[in-house]
Every structure is written in structure tokens, then in C-alpha cells.
Design a protein around this ligand. Structure first.
Ligand code: B3K
Ligand code: ZN
Length: 872
């Protein structure tokens, strides 16, 4: 496969001014008639007279005409991935008729049928599976789309923009024409045809325009759409208030589909959503599910400006729209719920998954320099680290300048396809702040490490922080220049108060630019305890030699909520890492009772922000402990963490029971921050109590399971029992749960996932049996993610079993999925790409499986890229 480089970018040779599409949906095939108004791009320097359109090898070309002249076979050339037409005029109309087969489309890219409805997924390069086109984001065109289909089977026919005409056709068929006035790249095209129900609402924009809002789903899911509608309206208001951005069409539609490769897609005026990111109902959806719906609805809505009105010049610029939009949706969720909780959750994800990616064979900068398959670059780095980079710009500029910068960016580039550098330039121009060194965040991969030390001069009352930065090598980048890093700090005095700093405030952003830099604070009357990297002001690993007592102190006194949690995490990490060493040496484990005391203090302090209590009392996860290890000892990490949980649970059981009882109130379910916090704390208490192994705690969990009137409490109890030694009880409630929910696929997915992630012995056999279960379907990505990734990503002890059975199983599934759905197959490889982090025996087995995939036959570009880079 060919490698594509950013440095080879050239403007398109031709532009498509207007795109007229006509889809005739038939039982076995779909006819796509395209009429394209094309003209040579005056900006192109190329003298090439041929027009080269992208088109997938499975497209059947029935007719091609230039200016109404049908071309003979010798006038054009069809290759695996393109259609070339020689000697075209400077301005002309190209017509093609193409036949495609949506029913055979298991890759779920282009046009496919999911549960009897047609839908599309075109980003990044799916449009070329629909028709021949200039399938690149810098070719923006005005689309008109007509869909014709059987009226009874497909009463609803949707595309981008506004509906402008409709009518009946012969043979019980009908048609609808849609017009989208905004020029857009083909990746934002969408089509839906099906027998769908919908809810409708309306929204009046700040300037008084009325917008119709519709959310479509299968009839049986009609009662699960209200939360998405509420979230959509909140998002529309928020974007007006915080960014001054209004919606621009008369209608905004969302459609729920069950077969979908990712979360959702921001097609202009017609978002298509994975059911898992739009359906929500208290009985079937957990609190996490509700928050996901709110966040994803917002994310896709925000793309209307950050992505659609201003789009990407080429796919190397993907973070331009994704990093910025993730930052926007994170701020939205923070404003709607608890800001600190949202930050804790995002940072936890970043530090486990993104840091691991940055340390692995697929490491890439947020603006990659090359790729084989762009689908592989919808990564934690592009999205999550990309959002952190935008957040750092926000921190360096301040809210006011940042808003000026985003206003300038949208005004300057509305209707254009631009680069990440255009974004940074707008921020620089609007604020007058120099971001030249900061731009390295876009081109250098890897997670910077900052080592901090300090000095206190009592006689001069000067406190100095010494910061040293370095960044480990990543593939293709052995040397890195120092980054421009905003390090937000505060200083705490002995009594726990924030000291006043020279900027007249209690928090100051240090701008670290050199490899080593000293920052002095004057009039510091006693040696302070520093609170470093407040709110996680940069995506870095920061080391400072805190004593355990300092961390306990910060846990209760730091005025920065994020850093109070961070102090608890650091204390947990320090203690767990020491115990892991003891475990490996075969020594008896003894828990430092400072952790127990600190947890007791948090459990019994009713004045604390309840939303944060359950976060603070959650030990660093196995995934995070793994990421922090040089060589990951899966079994030691699991055993030690379990030991600590059990020890804490036994020491604190009366406090935990009190918390459980206090939070176990019966009231109507509501997914607001306060009630979510209460359920989280209750279920956290239950999770500790279950580890005491006392039968009355099993009873407590079973009672909660039977009495629960919402999925959060029911699922929490189910997972705790299934992941406990009470195998018999688990079997009974698993069966009961399935019988109750077997007609709710999203609930069944969680049922699969709970079993796949069971750390007890025998989980792999269960997974293999479940693959034969009536509820499983290898063609449905949600099922694959729940069961197969549930095992390979959420069940480290079993996945890394010493007999290699976990690795072998995963490789078998990747080989099978490589043909069915390359994007999903390629995602499944991730745990194997981390082989270098494990001890030698496991390394060997993981590599062997990667090699077996490599040798298994013809690989998709997706799988080939990840596997070959992992073996390199
Ligand atoms: N832009 C889409 C992702 C498309 C993924 C294509 N493989 C969803 C989002 O980020 O909003
Ligand atoms: Zn996005």
C-alpha cells in the first residue's frame, strides 16, 4: 500500500461547482446518477489535461458522458481506485451512472443497509464507494439529491439541506428532492431511507429564525429520544452564548442506526448517530449513557461551525475540526454538569489511552505527516490530545482573547477548507500573542515529561521552582525541540491557605519554553507546598517528589478541585506501586494506613462536593497503573489493587454502609449532576462492600438489583455480582437480566460486556460461547465492541493469560473481521500494538499473533498499516 504525505499536498486540479445526485433504491442494487458541473481550478499549476476521479473497485460504471456526449471505452480509463478521462474542457458537465450494492456492504462505509434502512457514512473517504467523485475535503460543492424508493418499505427519504420537492412514481414508488445551499465536501453528504418514526420540536435562534428539529429512530425506540432533543436545544443555545454561532438551515435532523462504525457523524443538516449515542431512557440507559448522549449530540451539533462551515483542507488537518470540537463539547458538558468531574474523566482517559498511544508504534503528532489509511487516524491523539492543545491556547490567551480568536477564525474562513495553522494564526492575530514555538505541539509526537524541583530561601523569602522538560523519541522523531507549555501553579502555606502570588492572584500560569527554566516567587513567608499543573493545564507527565503526607495535605486543602483528586491519585499510585514491588518480591502486603485515614476523612466529610467524592475514592485504575509501568506486570497490578480495595473495605465498612444508606434514596430517576453523583457514590460504596466477601453484602447487591428502577443501579449491581466469586448467584441474575432485556440491543450489549470483562478464570470460554449466542452478530460493530473489545481491553488478566489463549483469540477475530469490516478490525489490533510494554514471554506471543495476522492473506489497508507498524 501507498504512503500519503502531507508535504505532497497540491490544490485540486478541478473543482465541482454543483453536484446533482439521483438515487434509485432497488431491492438488489442501487443506481446512482450523478451530474457534476466541473471547472478547472484557476489556482492549480498543473497542466494535466486529464480528470481523475476517485471510485471504489466495486462500483459498476454503466454510463459516462461529458457535455451530454456519451464516452466510448477508449475515452476513459478505469483502474482499481479511479476513473480517468482524457482531454476534458475547462468547463463541462460530467454525467455518470453507477450501480452499487448496499446489501453486500459489510464495511459500513458508503451506502449500506442496516436493519432494513439505508444509510450512509462518507467520512473520510466513503463517498467514493457511492459514485465517482473528487473525494477530498477541499473540493466543496452545492448538492441537490433526489431519492426514489418503494413507498411502503421506505416512507422516509432524507438527505442534507431542505426538502424542495416530492412526488409519487410508478410501481408504488415515491421520491423526494433535497437541496443543501451550503457548499460542502463529499464527506458531509448523507442519505437515509427507511420506515422510521420521529419526534419533532422547534428552536428559535438568537436572531429569531425558526428551526425544525427532528430525531428519527425505529418505532420501538420512539420513547428514548427526548433526552437527545433536550441536549440538542441546550447545545444550540450554548453555542450562541459562548461562541456567538447560530444554526444556519431551516431543519436539523438526527437519525439513529444500530450498525455504525463509530459514535456519530456530523453530516450537514442530517446527523447520523449510533443508537448508543442518541437513545436514552432511565430503564435502559445508565448515567454514563445519558452523559454520552448529551456530549455526542453537542459534539456533532458544534461541528456545524467547527468542521462544516469551516472544514479541513486535507485529512492531515483532521484535528482542526476534531480537537477544537472536542474542546467545545467538553466545555459544554462542564457547564451543564460538574466541571471538575468532567475534567477528571477526560484526563483519566487521556492519561491511559492517549499516553499509551503516544508511547506505542502508532504514535503521531496531532497533525500527522503521513498515513496509509486515514481511518486509522481517528485517534485519541487527534481528538483528545488535539482538544488539550486547543485548551492550552485558551489558557495562554485567556477566555476573552480566545473568543476574539475564534470569531476571527470563523469570519476569515467561513466557507473554506483550511489548515490547523490557519486556526493558530487567527488566535495569534486576534490576541497579539506569539504562538510560534507553541506550533510544535502540532508537529511533534510524544508526551512531554516535566521534572520539577524546588528551593526555598528563607532569608530572602524567595521560593523557586525549577522545571526541566524532555520528550521521549517516537517513530520517525528521535530528537524533539522544547515545547511551549503552560504550567498552572499555586502555593499552599502550612495552614492550607493559598498564598498570594506576584500576579496578584492565587494561581499563576508559568510559561515553560526552555529545556530547563527557573521560576521565582517573592515575598513567600514560609516554605510552601506547591500545587502543580492545576486543572491539568498541559498534556504532560509531571514529576515532583511529594511526600505521602504532602499528598494527604493537598487532598484536603488544595483550592483546585482537580488537584485535590490528583493528590489522591498520586497517593494511590505511590502506595500501589510500592506494594506491586513487594508482591513481586514475594513479601507480605501491608497497606499504609495513611490511605485508610485519608479515605475515612473523605467518606465522613459531608461538606465535600459529593460529585467528587466517588472520584477521589476510586483507586488509580489497572489501565493507568499499567501505563505508568515500564514493564507491565498484569497479574501483580490486579492482585495488589484487589488487595488494597479489600483492605480498605474491611477497615471502612461501617462508614461505607452509612454512605450507602444515605445515598440509597428512592426518588424519580433524573440524569442531573446531583443525582448522578449520589448514584455514583452509592455504587462505589457497594463495590467496596462487596469485596469484604461478607454474605450480607451480596444480599445488599442482589436487593439493589431486584429493586432498581433505573439501569445505573441495576447494571452496577449486576457487574459487581458477576465479577465476584459468587458464580451461582451471578448465573441466576444474568439469565434473569437477559430474559427481561433481550429485545433491547443496547442493554444486551452491556450484558455481553459485563461477562467479557469478568476477571475470574474462564472468561475466555464464556466469550467464545457468547459469540454463538443469538444476541451476537459479528457484522454489528456495537456487538463486536461489547464482547470482543470488552474482553481484550477491559479484562487484562484474562487477555494476557500466560498460555497465549487471549492473544490467539483476538488475532482470530481480527483475521475474520479484516474481510468484513476493516475499520473495526483495525481498531481491535490496539492491545497487541502495546507488546513492547510486557515481559519477554508475553512480548513473544503477542508478536507471533501480529505476524500471524500479517501472513493471513490479503490485508485491508487499515489492518496492514497498524500491524506492519507494530512489527517494525
Ligand atoms: N467526524 C466523525 C468521525 C468520522 C470517522 C470516520 N472513520 C465523528 C465525529 O468526530 O464527530
Ligand atoms: Zn468530531
Amino acid at each position: 500500500p501507498q504512503v500519503i504525505y502531507l508535504k505532497d499536498y497540491q490544490v485540486p486540479e478541478f473543482l465541482i461547482e454543483k453536484t446533482d445526485l439521483r438515487f434509485e433504491l432497488q431491492a438488489d442494487a442501487t443506481l446512482v446518477k450523478a451530474r457534476l458541473q466541473i471547472r478547472r481550478n484557476p489556482q492549480s499549476l498543473s497542466k494535466n489535461s486529464a480528470l481523475v476521479l476517485q471510485g471504489d473497485k466495486d462500483l459498476v460504471l454503466c454510463r459516462v458522458a461529458v457535455n451530454d456526449q456519451v464516452l466510448a471505452e477508449q475515452d476513459y480509463r478505469r483502474s482499481e481506485e479511479s476513473l480517468s478521462i482524457n482531454d476534458v474542457p475547462d468547463v463541462f458537465v460530467l454525467e455518470t451512472v453507477t450501480e452499487i450494492y448496499p446489501d453486500q456492504n459489510t464495511a459500513l462505509e458508503g451506502l449500506y443497509r442496516s436493519d432494513g434502512m439505508y444509510c450512509t457514512q462518507c467520512e473520510a473517504e466513503g463517498f467514493r464507494r457511492i459514485t465517482f467523485y473528487l473525494d477530498r475535503p477541499d473540493v466543496m460543492s452545492v448538492f441537490t439529491t433526489t431519492i426514489e424508493a418503494d413507498k411502503a418499505a421506505y416512507p422516509v427519504l432524507l438527505s442534507n439541506g431542505n426538502p424542495v420537492a416530492s412526488g409519487d412514481a410508478d410501481g408504488d414508488r415515491h421520491w423526494v428532492t433535497w437541496e443543501d445551499p451550503f457548499p460542502k465536501p463529499a464527506y458531509l453528504f448523507a442519505l437515509v431511507a427507511g420506515d422510521l418514526a420521529f419526534i419533532e420540536d422547534r428552536y428559535v435562534t438568537g436572531s429569531g429564525r425558526e428551526v425544525t428539529l427532528q430525531i428519527f429512530a425505529a418505532e420501538k425506540d420512539l420513547d428514548k429520544l427526548d433526552y437527545a432533543m433536550i441536549s440538542l436545544k441546550k447545545s444550540m443555545r450554548w453555542d450562541e452564548e459562548v461562541y456567538g454561532r447560530e444554526y444556519d438551515l431551516d431543519i436539523y435532523m438526527i437519525v439513529a442506526v444500530d450498525f455504525f462504525n463509530m459514535g456519530a457523524m456530523e453530516n450537514k443538516g442530517l446527523n447520523i448517530f449510533n443508537t448508543s449515542c442518541v437513545l436514552a431512557h432511565p430503564e435502559t440507559t445508565t448515567d454514563a449513557g445519558f452523559q454520552r448522549v448529551e456530549g455526542v449530540v453537542a459534539h456533532e451539533y458544534f461541528h456545524n461551525w467547527s468542521g462544516n462551515r469551516v472544514t479541513c483542507r486535507d485529512w492531515f488537518q483532521l484535528s482542526l475540526k476534531e480537537g477544537f470540537t472536542v474542546f467545545r463539547d467538553a466545555e459544554f458538558s462542564a457547564d451543564m454538569n460538574s466541571r471538575t468531574v468532567k475534567r477528571v474523566e477526560d484526563v483519566s482517559l487521556l492519561r491511559t489511552a492517549q499516553f499509551a498511544e503516544d508511547a506505542g508504534p502508532m504514535a503521531h503528532p496531532i497533525r500527522p505527516a503521513s498515513f496509509i489509511e486515514i481511518s486509522n487516524f481517528y485517534t485519541m491523539t487527534i481528538y483528545e490530545k488535539g482538544a488539550e492543545v486547543v485548551r492550552m491556547i485558551h489558557t495562554l490567551l485567556g477566555a476573552e482573547n480566545f473568543r476574539k480568536g475564534s470569531d476571527l477564525y470563523f469570519e476569515r474562513h467561513d466557507g473554506q477548507a483550511v489548515t490547523t495553522d490557519d486556526f493558530v494564526q487567527a488566535m495569534e492575530d486576534a490576541s497579539g500573542i506569539d504562538l510560534s514555538q507553541f506550533r510544535l505541539w502540532y508537529s511533534q509526537a510524544g508526551t512531554p515529561v516535566i521534572d520539577v524541583s524546588d528551593e526555598y530561601d528563607a532569608s530572602q523569602q524567595i521560593y523557586t521552582l525549577i522545571l526541566k522538560q524532555r520528550c521521549p523519541a517516537t517513530p520517525g522523531q528521535s530528537e524533539k525541540a522544547p515545547f511551549h507549555i503552560p504550567v498552572s501553579v499555586g502555593l499552599l502555606g502550612k495552614s492550607g491557605q493559598d498564598m498570594m502570588l506576584s500576579n496578584g492572584e492565587t494561581t499563576q500560569v508559568l510559561e515553560l519554553k526552555e529545556a530547563e527554566q527557573r521560576f521565582s516567587f517573592t515575598e513567600i513567608e514560609e516554605k510552601p507546598i506547591p500545587s502543580l499543573l492545576r486543572s491539568f493545564s498541559a498534556p504532560v507527565k509531571l514529576h515532583y517528589g511529594y511526600q505521602r503526607d504532602d499528598l494527604v495535605f493537598l487532598m484536603s486543602h488544595d483550592s483546585d478541585g482537580f488537584n485535590r483528586w490528583e493528590a489522591a491519585q498520586k497517593l494511590g499510585v505511590d502506595i500501589l506501586q510500592e506494594l506491586i514491588g513487594e508482591y513481586q518480591a514475594g513479601n507480605e502486603l501491608v497497606l499504609d494506613n495513611r490511605l485508610t485515614a485519608a479515605y475515612r476523612a473523605v467518606l465522613t466529610d459531608l461538606s465535600l462536593d459529593q460529585a467528587m467524592v466517588s472520584k477521589v475514592l476510586t483507586l488509580p485504575t489497572e489501565a493507568y497503573l499499567s501505563e505508568l509501568s515500564d514493564i507491565i506486570d498484569v497479574d501483580a497490578i490486579h492482585a495488589v489493587r484487589e488487595f488494597v480495595i479489600k483492605t480498605l473495605a474491611e477497615a471502612l465498612s461501617s462508614e461505607l454502609i452509612a454512605v450507602y444508606d444515605r445515598c440509597n434514596v428512592s426518588e424519580k430517576y433524573a440524569p442531573d449532576a446531583t443525582s448522578i453523583a449520589r448514584r455514583a457514590l452509592k455504587n462505589l460504596a457497594l463495590s467496596y462492600l462487596m469485596k469484604t466477601g461478607k454474605p450480607e453484602q451480596l444480599e445488599r447487591a442482589l436487593t439493589q438489583f431486584q429493586d432498581a428502577d433505573n439501569m445505573t443501579d441495576s447494571m452496577a449491581a449486576l457487574a459487581l455480582v458477576v465479577h465476584s466469586p459468587y458464580a451461582k448467584a451471578a448465573e441466576v441474575i444474568l439469565e434473569q437480566f437477559y430474559l427481561r432485556w433481550k429485545n433491547e440491543p443496547l442493554v444486551v450489549n452491556q450484558w455481553l460486556s459485563v461477562q467479557a470483562s469478568n476477571p475470574s478464570k474462564g472468561a475466555l470460554n464464556t466469550v467464545k460461547q457468547l459469540m454463538q449466542h443469538e444476541s451476537f452478530n459479528m457484522r454489528n460493530p456495537n456487538k463486536v465492541r461489547s464482547l470482543i473489545s470488552g474482553f481484550s481491553s477491559l479484562n487484562p488478566v484474562n487477555f494476557h493469560a500466560m498460555d497465549g489463549s487471549g492473544y490467539r483469540f483476538l488475532a482470530d477475530q481480527i483475521i475474520e473481521l479484516n474481510n468484513l469490516n476493516p475499520q473495526i478490525a483495525s481498531r481491535l489490533v490496539t492491545p497487541l500494538t502495546r507488546w513492547k510494554r510486557y515481559p519477554a514471554d508475553r512480548q513473544g506471543m503477542m508478536r507471533e499473533e501480529l505476524q500471524r495476522i500479517m501472513d493471513s492473506g490479503e490485508l485491508s489497508r487499515d489492518v496492514f498499516e497498524v500491524v506492519s507498524k507494530s512489527l517494525a
